[in-house]
Unconditional design. Sequence first.
Length: 184
Amino acid sequence: MKPVRSAARAMLGAIFITSGVRIVLDPGSRVDMAKKVTDHVSPLIERVDPRLPSDATSLVRLKAASDVVAGLLLVSGRLTRPAAAVLAAGLIPTTLAGHPFWTMSEPERGQQRIHFLKNLGLLGGLLLAASDTEGRPGLRYRTSHAVDRSQRTVQRSVRRAVRTAKREAKIAAASATVARRLPH
C-alpha cells in the first residue's frame, strides 16, 4: 500500500506546488478574486496584531507559499497529515472565492461549476490524506487500549497485593499460635 499512498500524495500535492509557485511569483492574477475573502479576514488580522500583513496581495502570497510548503511536505511523505489539513483549510476559501458558479450565467456558470466540483474532489482527497494513519492504529485506538492495559495492570497488582496480604496474615496468625504454645 505504500507505493499507492506515495503516488496518490504526489499527484495530490503537485497541483498545490505548481499553482503555489506561480501565484507567489505573480499574485496579481489572484488578488481580485481573493478580495472577497481578504476583505473579511483583514480586520481580524489587524485586531490580532497590526504588524501582520493584511493586504490582499500579501495574504495571497502567504497562502500560495503555504500551499507550496504543505504540498512539498505531502509529496515527500513528511508530516503528511498536518500538511493535508493545511491544504484542505486553504482550499475552502479559495474554492468559494474563486469559483462562485451560483453568481454567474451560462456558459461560464458550467465551467465554474466544474472547477468548483474539481476542488471539492481535491478537498475529499486531502481529507482522506489528513486522516490516513498508514495502517497504524490511530491515537484514539492507542489511548483506549493503553487505558485498558493500565486498568488490567492495576487490577492484577491489587489482586496480587490482596493475595500477598492474606498469605502474610495467615503466616502471622500461624506464628502467633506457635508462639503462644512455646514456653516463656
